[in-house]
Design a protein around this ligand. Structure first.
Ligand code: NAD
Length: 261
């Protein structure tokens, strides 16, 4: 069979050949799927995670906590040394929070913002000097449908992701002149270990799952592979003219109004 090449000479399925990527929170769920997909499509991939012990060859794992600036700097430096440079940063590490604005105290607000918002800031700050050296620099932030649609019982989480969405647009403006693209994905509910934990904690996991599925017009949860596909598109040279955008991967939650019956 003849290999298919696109108009720029990339071999089919290997559009990340020669590119180096770092994925935070890449040991589980969406980040794991994204790291695997980039590697399958030809990238060299490093993962930064609280617990990278499950990261397998050819990916490399780097232990760091995105709330700790020194550990982020050390892990980014080690990953860049391993990879031989950096073209793609996927800021994906994040944690959830439930409740209305009355339900979480200041300490909880600081804890979640420290991971979901400042974690993105710290990793990006450490990565930018390396991204400036790349001819295909791209940052992709994992945001959430919660940033753009009013979801009940998600005040703190939504605020943290809304801040990441605004930060994405601001960073896109700040770094477009340096050839660095910045975009984000807004997943709906994605079938990951995180959602598994949420369901396990519910009084009736089956009913909770059905409610989450019904919230998305497609009637099912998003798969981690689908969220990873959107991340890969925004990281790929194929989206080279796309910066400062939000790509929804939410089963139509945001876009379909009024919702089809
Ligand atoms: P997950 O819990 O399966 O994976 C998250 C990963 O991030 C884990 O490997 C964890 O160790 C790592 N991590 C957490 N805190 C960290 C820290 N302080 N430092 C370094 N690593 C840390 O979760 P997931 O569902 O894959 O979610 C990934 C991202 O997607 C998060 O930013 C989340 O907000 C976002 N998201 C998830 C969903 C969903 O329904 N699953 C929907 C929208 C957005």
């Amino acid at each position: 069979m003849t290999d298919f090449h696109d108009s720029e000479g990339h071999r089919a399925g290997q559009d990340f050949d020669g590119l180096k990527a770092l994925v935070t929170g890449g040991a589980s769920g969406i980040g794991r799927a994204a790291a695997g997909l980039l590697a399958a499509r030809g990238a060299r991939v490093a993962v930064l995670d609280l617990d990278p012990s499950s990261v397998d060859e050819p990916l490399t794992g780097h232990r760091a906590d995105v709330t700790d600036d020194a550990s982020v700097r050390a892990a980014v430096a080690a990953a860049v040394a391993d990879l031989g440079g950096l073209d793609i940063l996927v800021n994906n590490a994040g944690i959830g929070a439930r409740g209305t604005v009355e339900d979480n105290d200041d300490a909880e607000w600081h804890r979640v913002l420290d991971v979901n918002l400042l974690g993105v800031v710290r990793t990006t700050r450490a990565a930018l000097p390396h991204l400036r050296e790349s001819a295909h620099a791209a940052v992709v932030n994992t945001c959430s449908v919660a940033a753009a649609a009013g979801l009940p019982q998600r005040a703190l989480y939504s605020a943290s992701k809304g801040a990441v969405l605004a930060l994405t647009l601001a960073m896109a403006a700040d770094h477009v002149g340096e050839g660095i693209r910045v975009n984000c994905v807004n997943p709906g509910t994605v079938d990951t270990p995180w959602v598994g934990r949420l369901l396990d904690a519910a009084p009736d996991p089956a009913a909770e799952r059905a409610a989450l599925e019904a919230r998305q017009p497609t009637g099912r949860l998003v798969t981690a592979a689908e969220a990873a596909g959107a991340i890969a598109y925004l990281a790929s040279p194929l989206s080279g003219s796309t910066t400062g955008t939000v790509l929804a991967v939410d089963g139509g939650m945001q876009g379909l109004r009024p919702r089809p019956a």
